[in-house]
Design a protein around this ligand. Structure first.
Ligand code: ZN
Length: 523
């Protein structure tokens, strides 16, 4: 007697290979897939008739910020992700994680996404963090990476300098302990305030250790605009000399003047891959980015963190230099939309242009005004990607689909979140079905088997006997995202059932309230 059987499904197994034209049954016993075949015995506690719809492995989000947005604590059901079919997420991205906390400076790496005021961080090591996380259940399984800004900042605080040898040794020791505790990899946010200055040599030392521990290196490039290709080459060089398992986060080319470079950028990646470098990337199917506002300032103005940045603002000479820099850039400041702020500024959903008009100042001055008065967390939307490069990235064989978002609940309104938090997977699947640029099997692979292997999951990402029962049943004729920039808090359509470790977290299109997700540790 099975716990569950799903009958008459078009089984797309996550491998990317063409699926059987015949409809199959999949049987589950507790948390495991125990049988796949035609006309299996219908004896089960629960039977779902798939009526020919697509049964796929649960989706694996290789690029998730549910920790940065504090959602793993505020909203462990991670509804906006489960409702898209995600059953595993990898947090600790872009250099920021919630562990290891070497000193009180460490968690500050998170504050650009979410104010940490009042947060109770009662752990220190990665092991302790995973133990605290393990006290609860989640909507999805949760795998964690070590954020390098968190680790490094715990050692040198806001000091802008290279690590001294004993410090580097300490970094390596803590990193190794974190891998032993179950961290799946290391992430770095090379464009952010505390990582801009990291040298290639330091990165290489880290990469060697990551490689020795068979872990993943997830990198947010130094530049995603005019120097994107150089930034890709920088990390490829490191991967080449350390045999690294490398993933580039949220690959994109920002700014109209740079869009033409996207084919060359993909060629650089393909060439590296064909020479044996284990490089992949993730991207999301949207043309608008969601960023901390401070990251638009010149490098020298953000090095060393928020307090130093505010000091520059109060010095008229420095302030004018920053304003001149903003003025000379091709960003349309007046069109940038304020999505969230650390305190309750009244301008959510309004543009910088609107703020500037209200205050009777220039848009550039309004940027600094908001940064100064709206707390450490100021996130904005900027439409600066083009449709064709986004599509080329999404359909590329080296690409996976990652939300770069967090798991939010539908009633958590207040701030605006990027619609990708709610709609990434359905939007991508709909794109694929409408365009036929790649097969549905290849699309599912980019959401499941591909990222699962990249992350090093051994029993998830595929519909195979002996694998965990993480599954999603969707209707390819109805699948569609609904979330918008103005109203992101909307679930997608066409996802009918989601199972996590055999637990039904979404049934007949509705969240059940059950939580099946576990904290994963790398084996
Ligand atoms: Zn990032």
């Amino acid at each position: 007697m099975y716990s569950l059987i799903i009958k008459n499904a078009k089984v797309v197994d996550g491998s990317g290979k063409n699926s059987s034209p015949e409809l199959l049954d999949v049987a589950v016993e507790k948390d495991e897939i125990v049988n796949i075949g035609k006309n299996l015995s219908p004896k089960a506690h629960k039977v779902i008739d798939a009526e020919g719809k697509v049964l796929a492995p649960g989706f694996v989000d290789l690029q998730n910020h549910s920790d940065s947005y504090w959602q793993i604590f505020d909203n462990p059901s991670l509804d906006s992700l489960v409702s898209q079919g995600f059953t595993t997420i990898a947090i600790g991205q872009c250099g920021a994680s919630l562990a290891p906390l070497v000193s009180s400076s460490a968690p500050l790496a998170m504050q650009k996404w979410h104010s940490l005021e009042g947060a109770n961080l009662n752990w220190q090591t990665f092991e302790e963090f995973l133990n605290v996380l393990s006290e609860r259940k989640y909507g999805t399984n949760v795998a964690s990476l070590v954020g390098y800004a968190t680790l490094r900042r715990g050692i040198v605080g806001d000091e802008i300098r290279a690590l001294e040898k004993p410090e580097l040794e300490a970094v390596k020791k803590i990193l190794k302990e974190s891998f032993q505790a179950g961290a799946f990899g290391l992430s770095s946010g090379l464009s952010y305030a505390h990582e801009i200055i990291i040298s290639q040599l330091e990165l290489f030392e880290l990469a060697k250790l990551v490689s020795e521990n068979k872990a993943l290196f997830s990198v947010h490039l130094r530049s995603e605009s005019s120097e994107a290709i150089e930034s890709v080459e920088e990390v490829l060089e490191i991967a080449r000399s350390s045999d690294l398992n490398l993933k580039i986060s949220h690959l994109k080319i920002r700014g109209a003047a740079n869009w033409k470079n996207h084919t060359h950028l993909l060629e650089v990646l393909e060439n590296a891959y064909h020479k044996g470098i284990r490089v992949h990337f993730d991207s999301y199917p949207y043309e608008t980015i969601w960023q901390p506002l401070y990251s638009y300032l010149p490098k020298w103005a953000i090095e060393g963190g928020r307090n130093l940045m505010l000091k520059h603002f109060s010095d008229p000479v420095q302030k004018n230099k920053i304003l001149a820099y903003l003025n000379s850039s091709d960003v349309k400041w007046s069109d940038i939309v304020l999505a969230s702020t650390g305190n309750r500024l009244q301008f959510l959903g309004k543009t910088i242009g609107h703020v500037a008009k209200n205050l009777e100042i220039s848009s550039e001055a309004a940027v600094l005004h908001v940064l100064e008065h709206a707390g450490s967390e100021v996130l904005v939307f900027e439409k600066n990607l083009d449709e064709s490069s986004v599509e080329d990235f999404m359909y590329h064989p080296l690409g996976f689909v990652g939300t770069d978002g967090g798991g939010f609940g539908i009633n958590q309104k207040g701030k605006l979140v990027h619609p990708r938090c709610f709609g990434t997977a359905p939007k991508f699947l709909k794109m694929v079905i409408e365009s036929s640029k790649i097969t549905l099997e290849e699309a599912v692979h980019k959401l499941s088997g591909g990222p699962a292997q990249k992350l090093g999951l051994v029993d998830r990402g595929f519909l195979r006997i002996g694998y965990k029962a993480d599954m999603v049943l969707f209707d390819p004729e109805k699948i569609s995202d609904k979330a918008t920039y103005e109203n992101p808090y909307q679930y997608s359509e066409g996802i009918e059932h989601v199972l996590v470790n055999g637990v039904s977290v979404l049934s007949e299109g509705k969240l059940t309230g059950e939580l099946g997700g576990r904290v994963l540790r790398k084996k």
